[in-house]
Ligand binder design. Structure first.
Ligand SMILES: [Zn+2]
Length: 312
């Protein structure tokens, strides 16, 4: 039986956990570890992205409740624990010029307020490892950028007893990762796989117009045996996913063959890590008591820190 190490995955909206790192989470749950998904917002301002449900009056009447129910189902499928941080979805501003963000939304909350909420959750759950998004949010939704900002701020503050003294006993997560879901290499692998099958690839235009710089992937977790759980969890967010959309175009067995991994970028670590990591818990003491002792030892030096400022 594996030791029960603890992984916290911080996400902006319900459904993000099922599209970024879900197979990794299910794998760790099955290995006996504890995994907690933190949803920063309730996804209240999301659109209905499934054409079959677009005009469903029951959904339109209370999308927030529908999304809570969807999240509960996805949680059950993945076997993770889940908590709401309790902030309100900012929505994705559209138009030129962009409209202002709605009053009271997550992205407009003072960073001290959102950080204290996440620090409280870190000190309660006591994760050894935390995942979040990179400084650009993975994609430029204001809630995804705030998700990064609050995760980094809480990672820095949670281990310091002088910060947020009312939010619990100090606890220092030992590693911080960024989800890297859409690498060019992955999209190319899917494109080539569909082309080889003689099928039309929805990725051609995406690749032609590719304008994102490659991130440094440090960690590749083999998790293809959990792709069925990942897909089932994503489909549980029925209002947010078009089951006929590009997400599901590459057959699962083909994905398992050409891309059997989920990718991560190590941003900060208090423990030495191996090159070409294949495990988010790599480098930690193997026993949970040892890992706990390290997280509460105070004044640990960072041995890896590749966090960068967001370009203005
Ligand atoms: Zn999101």
């Amino acid at each position: 039986m594996s030791e029960r190490l603890r992984l916290m995955c911080v996400h902006a909206h319900p459904d993000d956990e099922s599209s970024k790192g879900a197979a990794t989470m299910a794998k760790y749950v099955d290995a006996g570890h504890e995994v907690l998904v933190v949803s920063c917002t309730g996804g209240e301002r999301g659109d209905i992205l499934n054409p079959r449900l677009k005009d469903d009056i029951h959904i339109l009447r209370d999308l927030a409740q529908v999304r809570r129910d969807e999240m509960a189902r996805a949680q059950e499928i993945l076997g993770v624990q889940h908590t709401w941080l309790g902030f309100v979805d900012s929505g994705l501003p559209e138009g030129d010029p962009l409209p202002p963000l709605p009053e009271g939304c997550f992205a407009l909350e003072p960073l001290e307020v959102t950080t204290e909420a996440l620090v409280r959750e870190i000190r309660r759950f006591r994760p050894h490892v935390v995942t979040t998004y990179d400084e650009n949010g993975g994609y430029p939704h204001p809630d995804h950028i705030m998700c990064h900002d609050v995760s980094v701020a809480a990672f820095e503050a949670a281990g310091d007893p002088a910060r947020f003294p009312d939010a619990g006993t100090a606890w220092q997560p030992l590693k911080l990762y960024y989800n890297q879901t859409f690498s060019r290499a992955r999209i190319e692998a899917f494109h080539e796989a569909l082309t080889a099958l003689g099928e039309e690839s929805p990725y051609a235009e995406w690749l032609e117009n590719w304008d994102r710089t490659d991130r440094v992937v440090t960690t590749r977790v083999e998790c293809s045996a959990w792709y069925d759980r990942r897909d089932a969890a994503l489909l549980a967010h029925a209002t947010q996913v078009d089951p006929d959309g590009t997400w599901f175009r590459v057959p699962r067995e083909v994905q398992a063959r050409v891309w059997p991994i989920e990718e991560y970028e190590l941003a900060a670590s208090f423990v030495e890590v191996p090159d070409d990591e294949d495990d988010l818990f790599a480098g930690l003491p193997a026993d949970v008591e040892g890992a706990d002792a390290l997280a509460t030892s105070g004044e640990l030096p960072l041995v890896h820190d590749t966090r960068t400022e967001r370009a203005a």
